[in-house]
Design a protein around this ligand. Structure first.
Ligand SMILES: C[S@@+](CC[C@H](N)C(=O)[O-])C[C@H]1O[C@@H](n2cnc3c(N)ncnc32)[C@H](O)[C@@H]1O
Length: 387
């Protein structure tokens, strides 16, 4: 197949509106996640077995999971430790003994979870992170019970010394809390929350048992928690050139809460960091390149430039860079984006005669200063190679 035909397959896949499912993709819903169908098609059409695939803004690890499935080597980088935690659990093989340990822990510890802990540290800290003023009484009661129940789960989890099993179970809890609290109206009641934890463990075990066989091969993947402006300092990438870089960076002028959950859609909380035992990020815009409040996007494009200049150093003439990006202002942000890529040494590859875009299903995001010219749920697919 010639390259134009391969591109048209990838474009077709990018427009697919199916729900995210399969393998370990649904372990956690990471904000602005890729469609696995798109990533799978790009890897299949634009790389061969044993090629290296890189995602410098890895998020929830869609690229890494798909690269492993296709027998490619993969490197994923993300500044947000939630992203690296989630991606790591999604791509860590479980041995038979791990399945047994997780199942027996589940049998002994979920049905009897309660919310009667007194003055426990986690609940106090968690409730101090949540603004629940103004929520109804039942909502507050449910919220507090969920927090107390999670606290007991985490207390019991301390006894699970095996890291793989501990991380797996912690992610099952994180996912249940995310589903029951983030943008949930009304907040789930406590019994339902408990059943969510159990269902998560069961479903995740089943999904991993199907993915396991792909994790036994020689195709090692590597995950790094760092800023991608130092991508050229990663030894593995100095010696191996990626054939495909497939990624979705933060979007200029569009506010996506990579680090926060939103209680009732607007009360931001850093709760996921507490659940994972991670330090809070220094600022709310750390993972967006710059504050979305600022109308000027200088810091955004300076960061983009520094990252793609670094990427240019580890790319080869054969590397294809595919990006899905949303913009709030077409004439300014999109043009400036393409200009920045050019300054970093890349030239655009036209995938089709018209610019390719897609409407993202079930997604809206907060875009300040959008001048109605681009609906903010529209993403553009752009391709580049070294000039
Ligand atoms: C749109 S999300 C990627 C979602 C991903 N495609 C998926 O399928 O889950 C963008 C990611 O870029 C990460 N990020 C932001 N600034 C970064 C930086 N300087 N270096 C590396 N990653 C960064 C954010 O933490 C976020 O996870």
């Amino acid at each position: 197949m010639n390259q134009q035909l391969k591109f048209s397959e990838v474009v077709k896949a990018a427009k697919n509106q199916s729900k995210v499912e399969g393998l370990t993709h649904r372990y956690y819903t990471y904000p602005a996640g890729f469609s696995p169908i798109f990533v799978s098609s790009a890897i299949e059409n634009l790389t061969k077995k044993n090629d290296l695939v890189l995602d410098p803004f890895m998020g929830g690890g869609t690229t890494i999971v798909e690269a492993i499935k296709h027998g490619r080597f993969a490197v994923g980088i993300d500044l947000n430790p939630i992203a690296t935690f989630v991606s790591d659990v999604k791509t860590t093989r479980l041995l038979k003994s791990h399945y047994q340990l997780i199942e027996s822990w589940r049998n002994q510890n979920i049905d009897n979870l309660h919310c009667k802990l007194k003055n426990d540290k986690f609940s106090k800290e968690a409730l101090s992170l949540i603004n629940y003023v103004g929520l109804g009484r039942t909502e507050i009661a449910n919220l507090k019970k969920i927090i107390k129940c999670s606290s007991l789960f985490l207390k019991r989890l301390k006894k699970v010394e095996n890291k793989r099993c501990n991380n797996f179970l912690r992610l099952a809890l994180l996912r249940a809390m995310h589903t029951s609290l983030h943008n949930r109206r009304p907040i789930d009641n406590y019994d339902f929350f408990k059943s969510r934890i159990k269902n998560n463990i069961n479903r995740m075990l089943k999904e991993m048992s199907l993915f396991d066989l792909y994790l036994t091969g020689k195709h090692k993947h590597k995950i790094y928690n760092r800023c991608s402006s130092k991508v050229n300092q990663i030894n593995h990438l100095k010696n191996n050139k990626p054939k495909l870089i497939i990624t979705s960076p933060p979007y200029p002028g569009i506010n996506i809460p990579y680090s926060r959950w939103q209680i009732h859609g607007r009360r931001n909380t850093l709760l996921p960091y507490l659940v994972l035992g991670l330090e809070n990020p220094d600022s709310s815009s750390l993972f967006s390149f710059q504050s979305p409040r600022s109308q000027k996007q200088n810091a955004y494009f300076d960061t983009l430039k520094s990252i793609f200049s670094s990427i240019a150093k580890i790319a080869s003439k054969k590397t294809i860079i595919l990006q899905l990006v949303a913009f709030n202002l077409k004439n300014y942000s999109l043009d400036k984006y393409l200009e920045t890529m050019s300054v970093c040494g890349f030239e655009e590859i036209k995938m089709q005669s018209r610019r390719v875009s897609r409407n993202v299903p079930n997604r809206t995001w907060a875009a300040r200063y959008t001048k109605k010219e681009i609906p903010s749920k529209r993403e553009y697919l752009i391709a580049h190679k070294l000039r």
